[in-house]
Design a protein around this ligand. Structure first.
Ligand SMILES: [Zn+2]
Length: 326
């Protein structure tokens, strides 16, 4: 299950043609939301550039000296950098090291490849340093710039790169891939992450499937007055809060999308048929978006969750009373 993934075939074809005709761009910006496998794609393309196989159709072959180095301890003509663990920004030191690397001549006589992961986290100084190299790239250098939020990159950096856009596949393609990856249950999480398959896989690994189910049961019980907010909040740990917000947002969007389509079987009938007051529902969604940004810093997680659930209960019960009156 490695790149290029089924939803990356046109991008792969485009770069393979450029490689075969020896017209590989010096800098490529791989852009698209998180969870689409841009990093894996960049690794695949790096292997294609460096593979020493005689047969171009089979490249990257996975077995030549270069491919084995890439799978093992690393290839001397590849340099990779990104945000350090525990840091928020990609700093100038990291880019300086990359610039130094890319200026040296190739160890194996082929391309030299530098990867900038999370480039949208570069500081202004780091971006300026990278820009100088993008303006005067050494021969045989290929710089792969990866960004989930390319709008955060300076326009000068963007304009020096060939743009390679990645988009989420349709639900069927994504679900099919998850099934082949051995996690068919993760397909229920695709709406949570905009159909980004690797994001759904990661959510599944974070146990989001179970938490999603728990949350749905709680929301239903609260809307019917059959549960206490206090005990419902007890099930949520501080570490779950960002995920809880993401799940709540998706569930609310599903409820708003009336009528729920038959294939949208992730909500029980009691929840799917709730008629929320549109203004109240939008107000709640807006509140969820604003709080999500703070959710990993909540000082009192339990109070935080109680507040979320209390607001939910208010709009759910208000909606069902209005529905009964109508
Ligand atoms: Zn190879």
């Amino acid at each position: 299950m490695t790149a290029p993934y089924p939803w990356q075939q046109s991008q792969a074809g485009q770069l393979r043609r450029a490689w075969q005709s020896a017209r590989v761009p010096h800098a490529i910006l791989l852009r698209g939301v998180a969870g689409l496998g841009k990093r894996d794609f960049a690794d695949w393309f790096t292997a294609l550039l460096l593979c020493e196989s005689e047969n171009p159709v089979a490249a990257p072959c996975g077995s030549c000296r270069a491919c084995r180095l890439l799978h093992g301890h690393g290839h001397p003509d590849v340099f990779s950098t990104g945000v350090e663990d525990g840091k928020r920004q990609l700093r100038i030191d990291a880019i300086r090291a990359l610039v130094e690397f890319i200026r040296l001549s190739s160890q194996y006589g082929g391309y030299r490849v530098a990867l900038v992961h999370q480039a949208d986290h570069m500081t202004g100084n780091a971006a300026n340093s990278l820009l100088k190299t993008l303006e005067e790239p050494p021969a045989n250098a290929v710089i792969l710039v990866l960004a989930d939020q390319p709008a955060r990159l300076p326009a000068t950096v963007r304009s020096r790169c060939q743009q390679l856009r990645f988009a989420a596949p349709d639900t069927a393609t994504a679900a099919d891939w998850l099934a082949k990856a051995g996690i068919p249950d993760a397909a229920a999480l695709l709406p949570v992450c905009g159909n980004a398959p690797l994001a759904a896989q990661s959510l599944q690994e974070r146990d989001a499937g179970r938490l999603h189910q728990t949350l749905i049961e709680q929301l239903l019980a609260l809307s019917q007055g059959k549960a206490s907010i206090h005990s419902a909040a007890d099930t949520w740990q501080a570490a779950d809060l960002p995920l809880l917000l993401d799940l709540l947002i998706v569930i609310l969007q599903q409820i708003q999308r009336q009528p729920v389509s038959p294939g949208d079987g992730t909500l029980p009938a009691g929840l799917a048929s709730l008629r929320l007051d549109p203004d109240a529902a939008y107000g709640y969604l807006d509140y969820l978006y604003r709080t999500r940004a703070l959710s990993d810093r909540a000082l009192q997680p339990k109070l935080f969750v109680e507040d979320l659930l209390l607001r939910w209960q208010e709009i759910a019960r208000q909606g069902s009373r209005a529905h009964l009156r109508a």
